[in-house]
Design a protein around this ligand. Structure first.
Ligand code: GDP
Length: 282
């Protein structure tokens, strides 16, 4: 489920997240490891005020491991705290808790000086729709407690869930919109399921994916679709894959719509392997 974002929604979401951020010691921003740049929200930096934040690259099981490492280095060189996570193998949760507590230290020490002892560190999870916010909250608390659903409204009824004896997390995540001005970013978000397929021309999205795969992972394409050579033209490659998979209309022409569905399904179900769609040096 994805929200349609309008300027009014965006302003409201900003206000709400800004308010919630005031109540926490540390903000955990999630980004999709396959598209670490495209899946970050453009305004978060402005509303963090002075809160320390951790960048959690999630879904690392679906991303190219070497590229994810390069991203981690890139962000760390920019002074960010990065944790790699994947829910599939429950990897990274302990490290996330450790980093949140570390970043909260100055605040906790200041509170202790004022005589406030033993207050738990408070964190919140923020990120664009479908990035994995509920999954991370559930991993943190070890139960199926997180509210799902992508309502931008997070004003009523939020409370703290216990993560460990010294850390709590807000039960509702902060939902922020993705960047959609740049068409390439839009394609990447559609491919990974962050924005609804209908928002963009479906066949265009898949043509973009095919071009990316051709450039970055040609061997994966050859293996999956049993092609010994890859046509250099994107549309021809699209057609060749459609033909191989038997996506044809009467008369023997390729049914691009059906072929697009097959390719997107293959990508999303990792039939093409672990794939990253952007690199830090680009
Ligand atoms: P939210 O909208 O940000 O709360 O996203 P969800 O937590 O509902 O996750 C969106 C989808 O991503 C769900 O289908 C999850 O199962 C899937 N997902 C979340 N984290 C991971 C992960 O680390 N690895 C994989 N493979 N899938 C994940």
């Amino acid at each position: 489920m994805t929200i349609q974002w309008y300027p009014g929604h965006m302003a409201k979401a900003t206000r709400e997240v800004r308010e919630l951020i005031k109540r926490v010691d540390v903000v955990v921003e999630l980004a999709d490891a396959r598209i670490p740049q495209a899946s970050r929200n453009p305004v978060l930096n402005e509303i963090l005020s002075d809160r320390p934040n951790v960048l959690a690259l999630v879904k690392t099981d679906m991303a190219d491991e070497a590229v994810t490492k390069a991203w981690q280095q890139h962000f760390e060189q920019n002074g960010e705290t990065v944790v790699l996570m994947n829910a599939k193998h429950n990897h990274g949760t302990g490290k996330l808790v450790q980093e949140v507590k570390r970043l909260a230290q100055p605040k906790m020490q200041a509170l202790q000086k004022k005589g406030i002892q033993n207050r738990s560190v408070r964190a919140m999870i923020v990120g664009i729709p479908n990035v994995g916010k509920s999954t991370v909250i559930n991993r943190l608390v070890g139960k199926n407690q997180a509210k799902t659903g992508n309502k931008p409204a997070v004003t009523q009824g939020n409370h703290w869930l216990k993560v460990s004896n010294r850390m709590d997390v807000l039960d509702t995540p902060g939902i922020l919109w993705p960047k959609f001005e740049d068409p390439e970013v839009g394609y990447k978000l559609a491919i990974t399921g962050a924005i609804k397929d209908e928002r963009l021309d479906f066949e265009d999205v898949v043509l973009y994916l095919i071009k990316q795969l051709h450039e970055r992972y040609p061997e994966a394409l050859k293996a999956r679709y049993n092609l010994s050579e890859l046509p250099s033209e994107g549309v021809e490659l699209f057609e060749a894959i459609g033909r191989k998979r038997g996506c044809l209309i009467a008369g023997g022409d390729v049914d691009f719509e059906q072929a697009a569905e097959v390719i997107l399904r293959d990508f999303r179900s990792e039939k093409l392997g672990a794939i990253s769609l952007e690199k830090p040096e680009e």
